[in-house]
Design a protein around this ligand. Structure first.
Ligand code: 0PR
Length: 376
């Protein structure tokens, strides 16, 4: 095919994709312009063989240090993954491998306890890692019920998971209380802050949720969500760097002796793009982004309340869930989709879900509320 034909096909396919302007269902957004610049510059860089790309490696090391600092431990160890799913897999794989090595009498099926609100990647983990994933129930505010977590612990439990920014409701689990349980039972505590990691540090209210909390062993934070970096970029961080050793395999013929990432070839552009956004925006710039998202979140909730629609919970972060009778929520979603909006639905309780990402502006919220009014 000629170049012109290929370009024409690509442009046509691109037009079929939605642009983020009408997307209120996604935890991704347009990457920051400086991330795009950095990504392009490092397009061919493979962080999986970083002896060939020592500059990329330095960028990644500095990103890990910056994200470690943001997550409460500037000396945290980790690497840039492909996203929240890989980070979750690797955190649980590290503790499973440690326990296997230690033996400790755990020969049967090991288990972890996750909140019912955990991302579906934990179902993949059960399958991939051959461990049992037990689900703890939630309280009335949709945080994990710590009593339920405690009641599920048995002698095969190797770790518990708390979510700092749940996918569906944007709720923050009581990490401090989970950390007491973890410490008391000498088990691993992993915090999934894939979404919340770039939000919670910049909220008005302060939460203890990160690596600075005693008993938290590891945390995940995704630059390709609220970090405005390019896809695919996640990050897994451990308080104790020796957990990375549990993930290592030898790589005899590469420029490096070993590798701890799940994927082999790995985008160096992710490191460059994340480095660029973090350095360019700094904490102040990141806070401005979160402030704006939270302002629009409040605006959407206030507008919905004026229409007589209540949120399932008062938003803790930039996720809005609106209550409708079960038989009504699907109709509302479909009617909004006819008006070109992309929104999503939560499972329990059923509600209409909107994520207010950096691509959303005041005008979008106004137009959305007008359509919502017509629909209801
Ligand atoms: N942990 C949490 C708390 C998450 O919310 C997500 C994804 C993950 C882990 C997994 O992350 P990766 O998808 O990076 O592996 N949350 C969103 C979701 O599943 C991801 C998403 C983003 C989905 C944009 C759709 C979309 O358009 O809803």
């Amino acid at each position: 095919m000629s170049r012109e034909m290929i370009e024409a096909i690509l442009r046509e396919k691109k037009l079929q994709d939605f642009s983020y302007e009408h997307i209120l269902s996604s935890m991704c957004t347009y990457p920051h312009e400086i991330a795009v610049y950095a990504h392009r510059l490092f397009l061919e860089s493979n962080a999986g063989d970083y002896g060939l790309f020592p500059g990329t490696k330095e960028l990644e090391d500095e990103v890990i240090q910056m994200l470690g600092t943001l997550m409460g431990n500037e000396n945290a160890s980790g690497y840039l993954s492909t996203g929240g799913t890989e980070s979750n897999i690797q955190a649980i794989r590290a503790i499973r491998n440690r326990k296997r090595k230690e033996g400790g009498g755990i020969s049967d099926l090991m288990n972890i306890i996750v909140p019912e609100s955990a991302h579906f990647s934990f179902d993949k983990i059960a399958d991939l890692l051959s461990i049992e994933v037990q689900k703890a129930s939630l309280d009335a505010e949709l945080k994990v019920d710590v009593n339920s977590v405690e009641s599920l612990i048995n002698d095969k439990t190797i770790g518990i998971v708390g979510i700092a920014g749940t996918t569906e409701f944007g709720q923050i689990d009581p990490i401090k209380e989970l950390s007491s349980i973890a410490t008391g039972n000498e088990i691993f505590l992993f915090v999934d802050a894939a979404f919340g990691g770039f939000v919670i540090p910049f909220l008005e209210e302060s939460y203890e949720f990160d690596l600075s909390v005693d008993g938290v062993s590891a945390i995940s934070i995704d630059p390709h969500k609220m970090g405005m970096s390019t896809i695919p970029t996640g990050c897994i961080l451990f308080n104790d760097g020796s957990y990375l050793d549990e993930l290592v395999v030898p790589t005899p013929y590469l420029t490096t002796k070993e590798q701890c990432s799940l994927t082999g070839t790995r985008s160096g552009a992710s490191a460059a793009a994340t480095y660029a956004v973090l350095k360019y925006l700094g904490r102040e710039g990141m806070k401005e982004v979160v402030d704006e998202c939270m302002k629009l979140t409040r605006m959407l909730v206030a507008g919905a309340k004026r229409l007589g629609i209540s949120p399932v919970i008062e938003p803790v972060m930039n996720v809005v869930t609106l209550s409708f009778p079960v038989e009504e929520v699907r109709r509302v979603k479909d009617a909004l989709e006819e008006r070109r909006w992309r929104v999503s639905m939560t499972r329990t309780p059923k509600s209409l879900r909107m994520v207010i990402m950096p691509h959303t502006g005041e005008e979008t919220i106004k137009l959305f509320l007008e359509d919502l009014e017509e629909v209801v």
